[in-house]
Design a protein around this ligand. Structure first.
Ligand code: GLC
Length: 563
């Protein structure tokens, strides 16, 4: 056990900065993955009426907004991130009337709604792309995508050496209407996801009208998919290095994080600002440095950007402190709030990920089995840390139930397109997408009607993790989230201000204060740590006796204190 003699606040690392109060600056935003949230019609796939029926649960949980992953018309080659019609709801999820009703209900409950926008690529079933193929090489619609002749004597080689993020080359060869092999088209993701050519004015015009369509319908903002990918280097030059590109980690390349993307976001910001009620946009932008990420949230661009460098930070006090300080500093430079995320639909749930060995894959692309009790203990500690940080927090559905990653899905039920591609890289995303258990002792656990299916099988062991099983149990993860979110909402020190102050602490313990009233202590070491009791314990992520003058913080435990 480590003894701490005193814990006076140390030098200010992150000085307080008064920031303008806006709803999104400290919002807690809950990601709904529609196909896995609630299924109203028993087809095994979640839908908009299902989400609507569960909105009171989200109000009671205490979140400020929801972000819905795509529910647009789509052949579902990449679970809806392949959009065939940006203004239509896929019948699998409902209708436009359902979307309107959902927005109305959410707003009545005080919840804001952010929708996903996928501007980097469409589906290969999008009308533009279908016609571009059908009309053959002379079709003007081909200029809205990246069509190129192949290399080699007969054009049999791809036009450049770019790899697809989902494995294999980023190019697929077309067949001309007369049956002969034709040009190739670019797809940074699956072949069913052709990349738009953002140099074409029709593409930019189209997306401005799509933004207005959903803003007119009443959405409160957009999550911008692959926000860093839209603009490609002129001439589509070879990269020259034969490495794989991965989700969340592509470094510098001719097709990501090009300066030209910022002109697009400046034009979108003017549209967002035309609407009342502070409509926002959050970038899914993977950039090589936090400074480059901050460029997306300059005052005349988007409002927030996901903090993937934090998501990929190991469970280590020094590394966490560095990542938090650097994130706050980078965002402070541009006056944007920091954001914090531990789980989403693309990464291994943090109940597993934070315990997995650090094999250079901290973003968690490959799930591993971990001790579930230890995994949950650490995940709860990490969440309580996250919710004490300044800025905006993104939660992923099911993390409030402490759901583990499902690591043993058989290959035949997996639907992640990357799983079935040549290298299978990044193809393990189904394990965090298993439908939510709401109630009952057997699948589908209230996800859909009794006896109904679920598009991915739910583990037999999930009965005790359902909402109904946890509700009202103070030791449950659900009640921990509710308590933390209620405190966060009630305590002005936890508001939008960038007011985090690090305190001296023994090795392995992370200690910081927010304002003058809240202290957060996180034990990231392998054993318990004794400290003088800093104040009255408000909330702890796990069992601990915090009553004496000296208290012992168990390993993988976070405590919020009123000081
Ligand atoms: C984003 C989405 C991911 C999708 C990819 C291609 O990274 O989060 O789920 O596969 O874009 O659209």
């Amino acid at each position: 056990m480590t003894d701490q003699l005193s814990a006076p606040p140390s030098a200010l690392v992150d000085p307080g900065v008064a920031a303008p109060a806006s709803w999104w600056r400290d919002a807690v935003i809950y990601q709904i993955y529609p196909r896995s949230f609630a299924d109203s019609d028993g087809d095994g796939i979640g839908d908009l009426p299902g989400i609507r029926s569960r909105l009171p649960y989200l109000r009671d949980l205490g979140v400020d907004a929801v972000w819905l992953s795509p529910f647009y018309a789509s052949p579902q080659a990449d679970a809806g991130y392949d959009v065939a019609d940006y203004r239509t709801v896929d019948p699998m999820f409902g209708t436009l009337a359902d979307a309107r009703a959902l927005l109305g209900d959410a707003h009545d409950l005080g919840l804001r709604v952010i929708v996903d926008l996928v501007p980097n690529h469409s589906s290969d079933q999008h009308e533009w792309f279908r016609r571009a193929l059908a009309e053959g090489p002379g079709s003007p619609l081909r200029a809205r995508y990246h069509f190129r002749p192949g290399r080699g004597a007969d054009g049999e080689l791809p036009p450049n050496d770019w790899p697809s993020i989902f494995g294999g080359p980023a190019w697929t060869r077309t067949t001309d209407p007369d049956g002969t092999p034709g040009d190739w088209y670019l797809h940074l993701f699956a072949p069913q996801q052709p990349d738009f050519n953002w140099d074409h004015p029709a593409v930019a015009d189209e997306f401005r009208t799509i933004l207005r369509f959903w803003l007119d319908l009443g959405v409160d903002g957009f999550r911008i998919d692959v926000a860093h990918g839209l603009v490609k280097a002129e001439g589509l030059p070879d990269v020259g290095v034969r490495t794989e590109w991965h989700l969340l980690d592509v470094g510098v390349s001719p097709c990501f994080d090009r300066d030209g993307v910022h002109d697009i976001y400046r034009s979108w910001r003017t549209i967002l600002d035309e609407y009342p009620g502070e409509r926002i946009a959050v970038a899914e932008a993977w950039a090589p440095t936090l400074g480059r990420v901050a460029d997306y949230v300059r005052p005349d661009e988007l409002h927030q950007a996901f903090n993937f460098s934090y998501l990929g930070t190991a469970w280590d006090a020094a590394a966490q402190r560095r990542a938090i300080s650097e994130s706050l500093a980078a965002m402070r430079q541009v006056g944007a709030p920091a954001t914090w995320t531990l789980s989403n639909h693309d990464v291994v749930r943090h109940t597993n990920r934070l315990l997995q060995p650090d094999d250079g894959d901290v973003a968690g692309r490959r799930p591993a089995e971990v001790d579930p009790v230890a995994g949950l203990r650490r995940a709860r500690a990490a969440t309580l840390l996250l919710l004490a940080l300044p800025g905006s927090a993104y939660l992923y559905q099911g993390e409030e139930l402490g759901l583990p990653e499902v690591v043993d899905l058989p290959p035949e039920v997996r639907q992640d397109p990357a799983f079935h591609r040549a290298t299978g890289q990044d193809g393990y995303r189904d394990g965090c997408r298993v439908p939510i258990p709401w109630a009952g002792d057997r699948p589908p656990y209230g996800f859909g009607p009794p006896g109904g299916a679920s598009w991915l099988p739910q583990p037999a062991s999930w009965a005790g993790l359902s909402v109904a099983a946890q509700q009202g149990d103070p030791a449950s993860t659900l009640e921990l989230y509710r308590a933390a979110l209620a405190l966060r909402r009630a305590d002005p020190a936890l508001g939008a201000a960038d007011n985090l102050r690090w305190c001296a602490a023994p090795e392995g313990l992370l200690v910081f204060e927010r304002g003058t009233s809240l202290r957060c202590t996180v034990n990231m070491s392998a054993g318990p740590i004794r400290i003088p009791r800093p104040g009255a314990a408000l909330l702890t992520s796990g069992p601990a006796d915090l009553s004496g003058a000296q208290v012992v913080i168990p390993a993988d435990t976070t405590v919020w204190w009123a000081v």
